[in-house]
Design a protein around this ligand. Structure first.
Ligand SMILES: NC(=O)C1=CN([C@@H]2O[C@H](COP(=O)(O)OP(=O)(O)OC[C@H]3O[C@@H](n4cnc5c(N)ncnc54)[C@H](O)[C@@H]3O)[C@@H](O)[C@H]2O)[C@@H](O)CC1
Ligand SMILES: [K+]
Length: 480
């Protein structure tokens, strides 16, 4: 798992290390890593033009020491102090000693820069760029220079990934010791560019439980169910899919398509599209009556394209097996029906549905996704998968890390893709995964399937995402 830690955790780990090391040693390590990445990006350091945007804190110190290292290798380095009088003194002295200079005209040096080092703020930054820094940041962005953010793009909120004002978008972010939440969660993540992690020896002094976890192939491979010699279809799990309506028959087909490729032994479809489902997927068990009469399942997925069938949602939530609720199901659900449950529940809203469940505006969820997903999970006592540009998965127990899906792709913003995800995650639940793991594996496979389907760079349909799911399983297993 890739992990991210909150600022207060990073600061106490750093303090522990600093206490054992000579003065400025940690900053010098950070700066050496930063300078190495800058040199790599420049290709030829000698004769290159580098501008350092330097804020009031240690983030600016990192930039100055890295600038000194580049100046020693023959780069022309200019510092632009944005908090004059509060510039890191030792860092500035090191830059001057190495032949660097303070820029007389920041805009002139930016106009001809090859590389800009953004050391305005790091983990100490709050509330977006200050008014003085905005024109300089815009000039940097408007130049042809590569922009390298020190630790974080300046202007983002490190712990939440929120962007409360203006921020400086980077091409590359060189982060120290460990990822911060803003590097994994949009909207901040989108401003970080490619993230490079520099080891400064922090790992051994960090606590074992991070704020965020982001799975990689081998993590997902370890979660996927594996049929054994003893398995029959019932032991592998039966997933009940309650989806589709006269108005949205396609949702039933897409949810079933996802469910058939999620590892359960059988899919039982319950609803108005039974005929269409069997015609397309003859391996599906179908039932046209209410869910309670449909026969045994090990998990339910309810909601995609369901229309107004509130009773179906209620019946499914009254069952004693894990339940996934999505789409119309989220609109129809009664909070008490969820909080009363003893078996696990997984809610899979997009930002608009999450906003409705929380009683806030959609923009509020989109701008503060981490807070929204944690709040929903706590309020409903359910695992919540919040879909979107960064999909997040939270447990009701706030001490458990929120998982961040790294596989999402804009190609998934296509009609019906959520229906496939519901079926897939429901199927993994039926196969015995916890809602936390089922949601994690489903989001990952779904994103990977979309990437595989869109490999030629062509628009994809949700049916194609479902069809690419076996290739995604294969890919994860092969590497994992
Ligand atoms: N603690 C350490 O030893 C290490 C710290 N490192 C660096 O130090 C950074 C943290 O340093 P600091 O705690 O000094 O904090 P920052 O350098 O991130 O920010 C410092 C100051 O900027 C001002 N500020 C806050 N918000 C601002 C805004 N929006 N616009 C302009 N100014 C703003 C505040 O006065 C604050 O004190 C890390 O991100 C990392 O880059 C690294 O050198 C690794 C070692
Ligand atoms: K920065």
């Amino acid at each position: 798992m890739r992990t991210a830690y909150r600022v207060e955790t990073v600061r106490s780990a750093e303090a522990e290390l600093i206490a054992r090391l000579p003065e400025d040693a940690l900053m010098r390590r950070a700066a050496a890593g930063l300078a190495a990445v800058c040199a790599e990006l420049l290709g030829r350091v000698y004769g290159s033009r580098v501008v350092l945007l330097v804020g009031a804190g240690a983030n600016g110190g990192d930039a100055l020491y890295a600038g000194a290292a580049l100046a020693r290798r023959g780069a022309g380095v200019h510092a632009v102090p944005l908090a004059p009088g509060r510039t890191h003194p030792a860092g500035l002295a090191a830059l001057i000693r190495a032949g660097g200079r303070v820029a007389e005209d920041p805009f002139a040096v930016l106009a001809s820069a090859d590389l800009v080092v953004d050391g305005i703020t790091g983990i100490g930054g709050r509330g977006g760029l200050r008014p003085d820094a905005i024109p300089v940041a815009r000039a940097a962005r408007g130049s042809n220079a590569v922009i390298v953010a020190v630790d974080l793009p300046s202007g983002v909120e490190a712990d939440s990934g929120e962007v409360l004002g203006e921020a400086l978008r980077a091409d590359v972010t060189v982060t120290f010791g460990v990822h911060k939440p803003a590097l994994l969660i949009d909207p901040a993540r989108a401003l970080a560019g490619t993230v490079r992690l520099v080891d400064i020896g922090l790992e051994p002094v960090l606590p074992s439980v991070p704020e965020l976890e982001s799975p990689q192939h081998h993590d997902v491979a370890a979660l996927l169910p594996e049929p054994s010699g003893e398995s029959d279809k019932y032991r592998r799990g039966v997933v009940g899919v309650v989806a589709g309506s006269a108005r949205y028959p396609g949702a039933a087909l897409l949810a079933v398509a996802g469910a058939l490729r999620g590892g359960a032994g059988a899919v039982r479809y319950v609803g108005h599209a039974a005929e269409a489902v069997v015609a397309r997927f003859p391996e599906t068990l179908v039932h046209a009556g209410p869910p309670a009469k449909a026969g045994r399942v090990q998990a339910w997925a309810v909601g995609p394209g369901l229309g107004e069938d509130r009773d179906a949602v209620r019946e499914v939530l009254a069952s004693g097996v894990p339940v996934l609720v999505d789409a119309d199901g989220l609109r129809l659900l009664d909070a008490g029906d969820v909080t009363r449950r003893t078996a696990p529940t997984l809610l899979t809203p997009h930002a608009g549905e999450a906003a409705a469940l929380l009683g806030v505006a959609r923009e509020e969820v989109e701008s503060a996704r981490l807070a929204a997903v944690r709040e929903l999970a706590a309020r409903y006592g359910a695992t919540v998968l919040l879909k979107g540009s960064t999909t997040l998965i939270a447990e009701p127990d706030g001490r458990i890390p929120v998982r961040v899906d790294p596989m999402g792709t804009p190609w998934l913003a296509t009609a019906g893709s959520g229906d496939v995800l519901s079926g897939l995650a429901g199927s993994l639940l039926a196969a015995g995964l916890s809602p936390y793991d089922a949601a994690t594996a489903a989001a990952y496979l779904h994103g990977l399937a979309a990437r595989i389907a869109a490999a030629e760079g062509v628009p994809i349909t949700s049916s194609e995402v479902a069809r690419a799911l076996p290739a995604a399983w294969h890919d994860v297993r092969a590497v994992g």
